[in-house]
Write a protein that binds this ligand. Structure first.
Ligand SMILES: [Zn+2]
Length: 357
């Protein structure tokens, strides 16, 4: 068994080497460790993600949704993925409530009221007021007179209950903190736990942060393991407009598991990757709905020393599928399985060259 594992490992290593320019000493010295969990994005990456955002819902430089959009000087194409990563990465700490938008921003236990109560958001007449404006004299309540369904009443009770815990602090500005930095404002830590860590029962996924890939891709890998990527099913929960059908196969409803494991298109991408690398990996169909189990089973096919490379490839492959999905939805770009695979391999190469330069 060990023998065959070693062979597979060697095979993977060779093909990886061949496809990713050179694995040189500088790459091997590039030891990524758990400290990366604390700073998966550099400030520059954050800024560029914000600058490239063009949607009205994108945050401004200070992290808040700006009314004046003049800061968006850039004509670069908007990258929905970056924006999603940004939204998933930030949390607002409330001070005097003069900056955060009541409905739109994630100031309430790490969530935005429009996500907590989407049907109330629909009947709210003034949607762009600040937290201070809406909480002052309980103004938000006045808009709720138009409630006429049990769903709205249920949402109202949940929202009302959460709002009872809120106390605005005079003289302190609202601030935004980056979830992944230890020096972020820790009044936000409860939200952090609720939204992210609360769903994690174990530390099985720490290998994601050691994978050989860019930080934003590691972060994506982590989001996907914890089913945090914003697929159609999640968007629907939030009451956002979208097609519920997977844009890759055009047949099944889009969920994270479908998109990455069950979709016929995605499976072809995975199997072409394995073929190119000469690997024989267990089929995702053996692990219904359990991406992390499948990933772990794949890793076990390799010797320990090869796993970080493999994790990088695994994440890049999922990332390539995700970008193809976004390309179809947002830019009307349809690539074939072969093109997606070439793209993924180019990503691996690019990353390797960046490391060795
Ligand atoms: Zn599909």
């Amino acid at each position: 068994m060990v023998h065959s594992h070693e062979e597979k490992g060697q095979e993977l290593f060779n093909v990886y080497k061949q496809h990713s320019a050179v694995i040189n000493p500088s790459l091997q010295e590039h030891n990524l460790d758990l400290a990366d969990l604390e700073a998966p994005f550099s400030v520059e990456e954050i800024k560029s993600a914000i600058f490239q955002s063009r949607s009205d819902n994108s945050p401004g430089l200070d992290g808040f949704i700006a009314q004046d959009k003049s800061w968006q000087g850039s004509n670069l194409p908007c990258d929905e993925t970056d924006k999603q990563l940004f939204r998933a990465s930030t949390v607002i700490s409330l001070g005097n409530g003069n900056k955060a938008k009541f409905w739109h921003e994630r100031w309430l236990e790490g969530k935005a009221p429009k996500d907590i109560a989407p049907s109330l958001f629909q009947i709210a007449s003034r949607k762009n007021r600040t937290v201070a404006q809406e909480l002052g004299d309980n103004r938000w309540l006045r808009q709720m007179r138009r409630m006429n369904s049990t769903v709205q009443v249920r949402e109202f009770i949940i929202l009302w209950h959460s709002l009872q815990q809120i106390h605005l602090q005079d003289g302190i500005e609202d601030s935004i903190s980056w979830r992944w930095t230890p020096n972020g404002c820790y009044s936000a830590s409860s939200a952090y736990r609720i939204q992210f860590l609360g769903s994690i029962q174990d530390n099985r996924s720490t290998f994601v942060w050691k994978a050989k890939t860019e930080n934003k891709c590691k972060f994506f890998g982590w989001l996907m393991i914890h089913r945090k990527i914003l697929t159609a099913d999640k968007l629907q929960l939030r009451g956002w407009d979208n097609s519920e059908i997977c844009p890759l196969c055009g047949i099944e409803p889009e969920t994270a598991n479908h998109l990455l494991m069950d979709c016929a298109f995605a499976r072809q991408v995975w199997s072409s990757m394995w073929n190119k690398l000469g690997l024989h990996m267990p089929s995702p169909s053996l692990f219904p709905g359990r991406l992390l189990d499948w990933w772990e089973a794949c890793r076990k096919e390799l010797v320990k020393e090869q796993r970080r490379n493999f994790d990088g490839l695994f994440i890049y492959t999922a990332w390539g599928i995700w970008l193809q999905r976004n390309g179809r939805i947002f830019n009307d770009i349809y690539n074939s399985v072969a093109q997606v695979v070439d793209f993924i391999i180019a990503l691996c190469k690019e990353f390797d060259e960046a490391l060795s330069s």
